[in-house]
Design a binder for this molecule. Structure first.
Ligand SMILES: [Zn+2]
Ligand SMILES: [Zn+2]
Length: 384
């Protein structure tokens, strides 16, 4: 036990208990300097109150900071944001509010590194606020609180080599500080405090998506090469095939007309076809049973057929065209002259929990445990 403690102690730059996280703020911005507005809160450095503004910049020694009319040069600088917290911003970044210890230093590439030390149970309401969108039901919030807590646990070693646990970007999990937290998100985190979803004693991979359209999808069809997980299988979303739990989702059904001229452009951009080839047809060549989600498509040119995995197609259209019209791989193709119509249901990759289905189940009176066990069959909720 002592050995384990020592090991953990040396792995992390400073000791972090199981319930604490070191989160890098503004991780997706490359900034060399930042400022902190210290007027409103109780912001201290080595026990002394900081009045007014603090500025900090990357320097040869590490960082140079200026506050209370003094300049400080050091490898790193830690301030403590009590009270309402402190607003921090860099050039071209939004202003964000942070509470607790905040450490400024330089990363290996020479950019400013800002680390906020935060309790997991304080971090989660902020994450959850970003994830729940328009959901309304408390039981759905609680289910999502547990998926977020579980996911956080599985991410904790993501940036250990860089001296922190998680970054605040979608690379790990979106965390934009202590502001604009939905009270219901905080309530759901509190109500499920410490609960995580496990499979055979280990934290489960708690993927989720907006709405499945009737059936969730087996993970192994979505991310090829991933090992099959017994709890990430296709699940029917309710007893009524005409009205699955997620049928309440906004824009549950969608249609998109795809002209072959547009399809040609997308296909060339994605290098599915060569620059001199033209797309003249598209059909579904493989779909899942019984859900009917598309697994593979066939794209036709005048000379040949090209097989495209549904995931590549879905991302290829979304990413290259910045076009969210194709919302999921749950669609049928209607053939037209010079075009096809994708007639679809649901939104997202379809793996794991269906968020709008969770909302629908909660409206039907199911609790968060029933919701989680429905979407992740065979898992067990345990205390972390
Ligand atoms: Zn990350
Ligand atoms: Zn669903």
């Amino acid at each position: 036990m002592i050995k384990l403690f020592l090991l953990l102690f040396f792995l992390l730059p400073s000791s972090v208990s199981a319930q604490e996280l070191l989160v890098r703020a503004f991780a997706s911005y490359k900034i060399m300097a930042a400022a902190a507005d210290c007027e409103s809160g109780n912001i201290t450095w080595e026990g002394k109150k900081i009045e007014g503004k603090l500025t900090v910049a990357v320097s040869a020694k590490g960082i140079s900071a200026s506050f209370n009319g003094e300049n400080h040069s050091a490898q790193s600088l830690t301030i403590h944001a009590g009270g309402n917290g402190v607003y921090i911003y860099g050039h071209g970044t939004p202003k964000r509010l942070y509470r607790g210890p905040i450490t400024f230093s330089t990363d290996s590439k020479g950019f400013l590194k800002i680390i906020n030390r935060v309790q997991t149970e304080t971090y989660l309401p902020s994450v959850l606020t970003g994830e729940i969108g328009d959901l309304k039901q408390m039981e759905a919030y609680k289910a999502q609180a547990i998926t977020a807590r579980t996911y956080t646990l599985t991410l904790k070693n993501n940036h250990i080599k860089e001296g922190y646990n998680l970054c605040d970007s979608p690379h790990c999990q979106v965390y934009y500080g202590a502001e604009n937290i939905k009270p219901k998100a905080a309530e759901a985190v509190e109500a499920t405090r410490g609960q995580v979803l496990t499979y055979k004693g280990k934290p489960a991979a708690t993927f989720y998506h907006s709405s499945c359209g009737g059936y969730t999808e087996d993970m192994s069809y979505v991310w090829k090469g991933n090992q099959k997980k017994p709890y990430l299988i296709s699940v029917r979303d309710g007893d009524n095939p005409r009205k699955p739990y997620c049928a309440i989702a906004p824009k549950f059904k969608w249609k998109v007309k795809l002209y072959f001229t547009g399809l040609t452009r997308i296909a060339r951009q994605n290098e599915w076809i060569n620059k001199n080839e033209e797309a003249v047809g598209l059909r579904v060549s493989e779909s899942g049973e019984p859900g009917g989600r598309v697994h593979e498509l066939e794209l036709y040119t005048r000379e040949r057929r090209i097989k495209i995995s549904a995931t590549d197609f879905y991302h290829g259209i979304g990413r290259k065209e910045r076009w969210n019209a194709v919302k999921s791989c749950n669609f049928k193709i209607i053939q037209g002259k010079g075009y096809v119509i994708l007639d679809g249901k649901g939104s997202g990759h379809g793996v794991g929990m269906c968020q709008w289905g969770a909302e629908g189940m909660a409206r039907h009176g199911f609790n968060y445990k029933q919701i989680l066990y429905h979407y992740y069959p065979g898992t067990v909720i345990k205390y972390d």
